[in-house]
Design a protein around this ligand. Structure first.
Ligand code: NAD
Length: 244
């Protein structure tokens, strides 16, 4: 029987790690990507192989760099021919006033959060079209829907991900490839560790569920989306404890 395959970008920790572990626990051959934290990524690979005895490969590289992504996909397609699922998860935040943001900071947020989705989709799609099968799931944010003060570039990048998701879903629906996005609320990962205890409490009080979400909760919705009826495509699925 064909073993299903998935690439998770930004899988060394946080939400990406949870998604990778969830799909490995279901028997997938998982390709793990991150850019700089290769030691952490190797630890995730060891964890998966020791606990789930399923194949796991490292596809290191900058997801926001076209040449790196082309090289990663050449390796992936040589190993497995095609991906069943692509999860575009790699992302960075930038907190600060827009007027203080440098060109380089702007470029880095847009490259990492949005251009990465373009590069990975472009490379993953051709074999999916040949097989008339595939799922693309983009990890977005509720700030892409509503906008966050002092996170203008981040909000713009995630709005871009939402627009790309909706448009690509239409482009690929005739080929039976589903494209959806998960608009996460505040999730308990390193990304939010710079907040003080006071800021964290304030944020928790503003969330109707009264707490941060967990990376495992996002992994569960990604799994459900990968297994949802094929008629569900082009959706931005909010998982935010009722925040928006
Ligand atoms: P995290 O900082 O814990 O993990 C980010 C991962 O992306 C790491 O593995 C990191 O190595 C990787 N990464 C960063 N730049 C990369 C690059 N150029 N190429 C490849 N990998 C790269 O963050 P997280 O909270 O797990 O975030 C994962 C995704 O979820 C991001 O897209 C983020 O925007 C989104 N998100 C997070 C939250 C939250 O509250 N944590 C909320 C909404 C959306």
């Amino acid at each position: 029987m064909h073993r299903k395959t998935i690439l998770v970008t930004g899988a060394s920790r946080g939400i990406g790690r949870s998604i990778a572990v969830k799909f490995a626990s279901e028997g997938y051959h998982v390709f793990l990507n991150c850019h700089t934290s290769v030691a952490e990524l190797t630890a995730v690979k060891d964890y998966i192989e020791n606990n789930y005895h399923t194949p796991c490969s490292i596809a290191a590289g900058d997801a926001g760099n076209a040449a790196d992504v082309a090289r990663m996909f050449a390796d992936i397609h040589q190993t497995c021919g095609h991906l069943d699922v692509l999860v575009n998860n790699a992302g960075i935040s930038y907190i600060g006033l827009l007027m203080d943001m440098s060109d380089e900071d702007w470029r880095q947020v847009i490259d990492t959060n949005l251009s990465s989705v373009f590069y990975c989709c472009r490379a993953a799609i051709p074999p999916m079209i040949s097989r008339k099968s595939g799922r693309i799931i983009n990890i977005s944010s509720m700030w892409g829907t509503s906008g966050a003060s002092c996170e203008a570039a981040y909000s713009a990048s995630k709005s871009g991900v939402n627009g790309l998701t909706r448009a690509l879903a239409k482009e690929l629906a005739p080929s039976n490839i589903q494209v959806n996005a998960i608009a996460c609320g505040v999730i308990d990962t390193e990304m939010n560790r710079q907040l003080s205890a006071e800021e964290r409490k304030e944020l928790e009080d503003a969330i109707p569920a009264g707490r941060y979400g967990t990376p495992d909760e996002i992994a569960r919705i990604v799994w459900d989306t990968a297994n949802a009826p094929e008629y569900m495509t082009g959706q931005i699925i909010g998982v935010d404890g009722g925040y928006l």
